[in-house]
Design a protein around this ligand. Structure first.
Ligand code: SAM
Ligand code: SF4
Length: 351
């Protein structure tokens, strides 16, 4: 991970801190209740999406740097005692990590955790969907940036992946993961002409299609500068095929705003980190694969939990410390890595 990231161990005089409750449920210094943790289980991936990872990959974490499943479950246990109730497992691509269902079972046994979701590119779902369901995954988000096989292959830069992705979506539905949330990062000239096609599916099937605005990271500055499409433009393209009304959307407490066509079984959502940021209602923190607790997806702040955990030190004070430094909002600028805090790719912190 980038050398620019600030490792917070104890009190750092350079980081603005705000007071937070010293016991009980997790609240940050802006009064936001934190009850959701996104856990990245690996920084590796079997795809190379153009907006995420460079084609040649990134300097991968070493095996000993990565938290074991026991260590992750222990940290979840500590945070569950502080009001954590919901988990999302992500990556990199979480399904490339061996025996992921056993982590799901361990997390499910933690008292207080009542919702376990997973984000995946679906490539390995044909083999794993049923086992993940049996292990206790409640919901799946699947990344799908095009409905056309050649474009899925081109955007993921892994020829042949489209076939596995489409079979993975079917396997997920067969395993009982309905409704499925589909995440689509919209890029000008690559898939923006498919927005209406995605939306049409929500009239036929209980899919919740969420269009995501591309966010700038160190590795995607060209895409984020030249191919950004705003949610207003996306909703205009969807609105051209039928009238949309705002709806509550599926369970999951994410930041998406949802809409639906009359009588449709599915919904259309937009996730708008750039054009309309939703930091004011942020309810989450992130745990990276190497045990860094990040109060914000972006920015250069994180607290090392792995070292203290392996030395047998108390973890709760470090979590309170991270709450004290949780920033009010992100400061992303399209086409610039000024606000991303030295982050090369979302795959490094779990997206
Ligand atoms: N590999 C899994 C997947 O693709 O769903 C999980 C990790 S991925 C980093 C999580 C989500 O972040 C995906 O929906 C992906 O499309 C999205 N994502 C990655 N980089 C992004 C970027 N720069 N801007 C917006 N969304 C991004
Ligand atoms: Fe892999 Fe997900 Fe990043 Fe695509 S978005 S390269 S599938 S981690």
């Amino acid at each position: 991970m980038s050398g620019r990231l600030v490792q917070i161990g104890g009190i750092s005089p350079v980081v603005p801190e705000r007071p937070v409750p010293e016991s009980g449920d997790m609240h940050d210094g802006f009064g936001r209740r934190i009850e959701y943790l996104r856990i990245s289980v690996t920084d590796k991936c079997n795809l190379r999406c153009v907006y995420c990872m460079p084609e040649e990959g990134l300097p991968w974490l070493r095996r000993e740097e990565i938290l074991s499943y026991e260590e992750i479950a222990h940290l979840v246990g500590v945070m569950a005692g502080m009001g954590l109730s919901r988990i999302r497992i992500t990556g990199g691509e979480p399904l490339v990590r061996r025996d992921l269902p056993s982590l799901v079972r361990m997390i499910r046994r933690v008292p207080g955790i009542d919702d376990v979701a997973l984000s995946t590119n679906a490539v390995l779902l044909p083999e794993l969907a049923s086992e993940l369901r049996d292990a206790g995954v409640d919901r799946l988000n699947v990344s799908l940036d095009s409905l056309r096989a050649d474009r899925v292959d081109a955007i993921s830069r892994r020829p042949g992946s489209a076939d596995a992705v489409f079979r993975g979506l079917e396997a997920a539905e067969r395993a009982g993961f309905t409704p499925i949330k589909v995440n689509c990062v919209v890029m000008r000239g690559r898939n923006d002409d498919e927005v209406a096609d995605f939306a049409r599916i929500t009239r036929e099937r209980p899919w919740h299609v969420r269009f995501i605005e591309v966010m700038p990271t160190g590795e995607n500055l060209g895409v984020s500068r030249d191919e950004f499409v705003s949610s207003d433009e996306i909703l205009a393209a969807v609105g051209a095929i039928g009238e949309l009304r705002p709806v509550a959307g599926p369970p999951g407490n994410g930041p998406a705003r949802y809409f639906a066509f009359d009588g449709a079984p599915g919904t259309v959502g937009v996730i708008t980190p750039m054009s309309h940021n939703y930091c004011g209602t942020c309810n989450r923190m992130r745990l990276t694969a190497d045990g860094q607790l990040r109060p914000c997806l972006f920015g250069d702040l994180q607290t090392d939990l792995r070292g203290p955990l392996r030395r047998g030190e108390a973890i709760e004070p470090l979590i309170r410390q991270t709450l004290r430094i949780k920033p009010e909002r992100h400061w992303l600028v399209q086409g610039s890595d000024a606000g991303s805090g030295g982050l090369a790719a979302l795959s490094q912190v779990g997206g």
